[in-house]
Design a protein around this ligand. Structure first.
Ligand code: SPV
Ligand code: MN
Length: 651
């Protein structure tokens, strides 16, 4: 359950401002005339009380209100340069921001949901009781902005007016954070009140880097107050920890959909993209993938790219599935981005006219950024996320320091990317989604593409996403479970989220034509695991176009598929035609390696999943029914054909 506005709002408890009168008085005292005038456009009392409490708590020297105007944007850029949070690079509009070496990715172990006594939480999430969070915030956030300027921006998570868009306030003393917010989110200062009225709620985010030193990183916290939809972040700058408009508010949005919008809306860790099919028809996809599993690349393969990270989905009155991107920019991983795999993104990064905030890459003597896998010559030395760098440099443990951090990123507005469908992206009606995909990083079990036979089996594909194990999180079979690729962002019980998925995708509100197909994707099969004669991956980045292209045809009834226990599989001839269109050989032998069913692998995967879900409370029984049904069908196939079932024997 999620109970909104339950117990004390910590921001108010610490700030001490509980009325609009007190808020107005404090704001008048702390803002100069120009910023006071800007803020006077906002009338929503609750929002003003939040802002006043943030000021009262953080005690900044000055407050800057960001209206989204060109001048305000410029002020933020200059403030960031003046503070040293960003530095100019050789290319016009390019800057570099370094996060501390200890703060290069989401600080999972320092990220908590603030909960009320008795709240049922996700088994995969960390939580802290309201009283403990209050103590921390009192200790560390009171006065945290002394000597700094607090910036306040008003954003919409989605095109203004869209059914699933929710407004949010971003408050930070970091100009890098506000600069990023301006590139990634739609500033909705002028319509904030109206949007809050329409949506019925807004999110609040308060961040300060404080004294951003390595010594302080252990004190860094990312707190999300579920009940008050307010985030607090301290002593860090990495955008995934600080720009909580992104994953902080995504978590609130997931929570809100799970408990208040059942059968109406979902909030997913999904890209949105369109593919152009025969006759110029456009088919939109929304696809989930865990961080670092090719989500941005998949999104950009489309002819009509909308977003690479988050999607708000709803069922429209006409029975179609609709999606909007709560963001308008990308915060993309740059490792392995190169001309071959990501030509459009490379044009923004290496061409002219795009504003880019780089983070944690290598900067050479000429002010040019470099990163691992960029496919260009690279310098022997420079400055990167850990300071001075030279080729062969080792860290304290004797490990080679890479040229750029694995999670180094580029931040830019999506509309600068050539295949971005800006008109569709800004439409409050969203795009009609006909294909849902779920992908992970699976070296040996599932084929490159398969389609669920019904909504229930589609939900189970989402529930069964896995990625490669990491050093710290090894599951029984060496893979890490990544339910819907959204688990890090599901605050409540996993069972509740799953139940909401079943209800949504089975909803009678869908028209026959509006109901999406649901598919699994896997780009990570290797020769070694499938008995191939080559080495490494069985495919390459450009194959994604074929997998999506086939789904486009299947969703529109243009091709038939092969029935199998795990779902519908593509026919060789159809894939061959699509590979021809990208000028790539596609031997039947490769198809056989990719699409044969490795029954034992699939069965042990099913066993692993059922066992893990069996430990959760209240998981909908349908999940286990589907696992059981698939398993028994697979075992009968094995009896007939052996442990590796050739795809041709299913025809
Ligand atoms: C991810 O890790 O899934 C991201 C970047 O999209 S972060 O903002 O860190 O979540
Ligand atoms: Mn993400």
């Amino acid at each position: 359950m999620l109970e909104l506005k339950k117990n004390d709002d910590i921001l108010m408890a610490v700030g001490g401002i509980d009325s609009i009168t007190a808020a107005t008085a404090l704001i008048e005292k702390n803002l100069d005339a120009a910023n006071l005038k800007k803020l006077s456009l906002i009338k929503n009392a609750e929002a003003l009380i939040k802002v006043a409490n943030a000021i009262s708590m953080c005690q900044p020297d000055a407050v800057f209100v960001d209206t989204g105007s060109t001048e305000d944007g410029q002020w933020i850029r200059e403030h960031s340069l003046a503070k040293g949070e960003e530095k100019k690079l050789a290319k016009e509009g390019h800057t570099i921001h370094f996060d501390l070496p200890q703060d290069q990715a989401r600080l999972v172990n320092q990220t908590y949901y603030i909960i009320n006594e008795g709240d049922k939480m996700s088994s995969l999430a960390k939580s802290v009781l309201r009283s403990e969070a209050l103590d921390y915030i009192k200790k560390f956030m009171v006065g945290i902005m002394k000597g700094k300027t607090m910036m306040v921006g008003f954003y919409s998570r989605g095109p203004v007016g869209a059914k699933a868009a929710i407004p949010a306030i971003e408050i930070s003393s970091s100009a890098y954070v506000l600069h990023s917010a301006e590139l990634l989110y739609r500033n909705c200062y002028a319509s904030f009140d109206a949007e809050t009225e329409r949506a019925g709620l807004f999110f609040t985010n308060v961040h300060s880097e404080g004294e951003n030193t390595p010594e302080n990183v252990p004190n860094a916290r990312i707190f999300m107050d579920r009940s008050w939809m307010t985030t607090f972040a301290t002593f860090c700058t990495y955008a995934g920890n600080t720009l909580l408009l992104k994953k902080g508010n995504h978590r609130f949005s997931v929570d809100y959909c799970t408990y208040y919008k059942v059968e109406e809306e979902l909030s997913e860790h999904m890209f949105i993209t369109g593919m152009t099919g025969p006759g110029g028809r456009k088919t939109f996809f929304a696809g989930a993938a865990p961080s670092g599993c090719g989500k941005t690349t998949t999104a950009m393969v489309g002819s009509d790219f909308i977003g690479d990270d988050l999607a708000q989905l709803w069922i429209a009155a006409d029975g179609t599935l609709r999606a909007i991107n709560p963001e308008k920019g990308i915060f993309g991983i740059v490792e392995d981005v190169n001309l071959d795999g990501d030509p459009f993104l490379m044009e923004c990064l290496r061409g002219h006219g795009t504003e880019v905030i780089w983070s944690n890459v290598l900067i050479d003597e000429d002010g040019i950024p470099h990163w691992v896998g960029h496919g260009e010559d690279h310098p022997k030395k420079g400055i990167n996320f850990q300071g001075e760098w030279h080729e062969g440099k080792k860290d304290a443990d004797g490990n080679l320091v890479p040229m750029s951090h694995k999670n180094s990123r580029c931040t830019l507005v999506a509309s600068d990317i050539e295949n971005h469908a800006t008109r569709f992206s800004e439409d409050p009606a969203g795009v009609p989604v006909k294909v849902i995909t779920y992908s992970g990083r699976d070296g040996d079990t599932m084929p490159p593409v398969w389609v669920a036979k019904n909504a229930d089996e589609g939900v189970v594909i989402g529930a069964s996403i896995v990625s490669k194990a990491t050093a710290t999180e090894v599951g029984a079979s060496g893979v890490r479970r990544q339910p819907w690729a959204n688990a890090p962002f599901i605050p409540g019980a996993l069972a509740d989220y799953m139940d909401a998925q079943f209800k949504f995708f089975n909803s009678r509100k869908f028209s026959a034509a509006g109901k999406p197909i649901m598919a699994g994707l896997n780009y990570f099969l290797t020769h070694e695991n499938r008995g191939g004669s080559g080495k490494g991956l069985l495919g390459e980045k450009k194959d994604v176009k074929v997998w999506l292209g086939w789904l486009e045809l299947y969703a529109n009834g243009d091709v038939e598929a092969i029935d199998s226990p795990i779902g519908m599989l593509p026919k060789y001839a159809d894939l061959k035609r699509l590979f021809d269109s990208i000028n790539k050989e596609y031997p039947k032998s490769l198809y056989d390696l990719q699409f044969s069913l490795y029954v034992e692998n699939i069965v042990s995967r099913i066993n692993m999943q059922s066992e893990a879900y069996g430990k959760e409370e209240d998981i909908p029984p349908r999940l286990f029914d589907i696992y059981r049904k698939q398993k028994s069908a697979l075992l009968s196939l094995k009896e007939k054909f052996g442990a590796v079932v050739a795809i041709d024997s299913l025809i």
